[in-house]
Design a protein around this ligand. Sequence first.
Ligand code: APR
Length: 168
Amino acid sequence: MANLEVFEGDITGLQVDGIVNAANEALAGGGGVDGAIHRAAGPELLNACRAIGGCPTGEAVITPGFKLSARYVIHTVGPIWRGGQSGEAELLASCYRNSMRIALENQIHSIAFPSISTGVYGYPLEAAAVIAVDTVREWAEEGSLEKIIFCCYDTRAFNVYKEIVVSQ
Ligand code: APR
């Protein structure tokens, strides 16, 4: 069983095999964690994303990490929150499932996730964190994975994730 950890800070500084990016369907870069990852990885990351062309909501694609210490970036596109009746929960679970599948296919031993969809895309934090932890746990016993980090950018998110990881 891979170890589940909660970390507060910037995902771009983590020493892991792969970090997950909360991207958009165009894979065009953006603000939030996406912007931070592109800045840290350098312009080659945008070129690699352009070559892939795009990624539908709920799916995931992989690129090298370029200047990041992480060898890979897994880009996944979370749902935009529209009130909860538009399949948001299933799409968010799909992001975590597809990211874990790609990590396992690439023999990744350690991976860090940001709190997908809970920034610009407006997904309520507590509900998103339950889905994140539940879905990742289902995969935590598979294959190569040894360490899974939920990387929270602020103390509120850190506390929410910590409570869910500990209580489940
Ligand atoms: N490290 C870790 N987490 C971060 C960082 C960082 N450097 N920067 C921001 N975050 C956190 C935010 O605090 C939030 O909890 O990532 C979470 C996700 O927020 P967003 O980055 O806004 O992602 P999301 O809500 O999925 O929206 C995606 O935003 O930047 C654009 O291109 C992106 O259009 C896409 C949309």
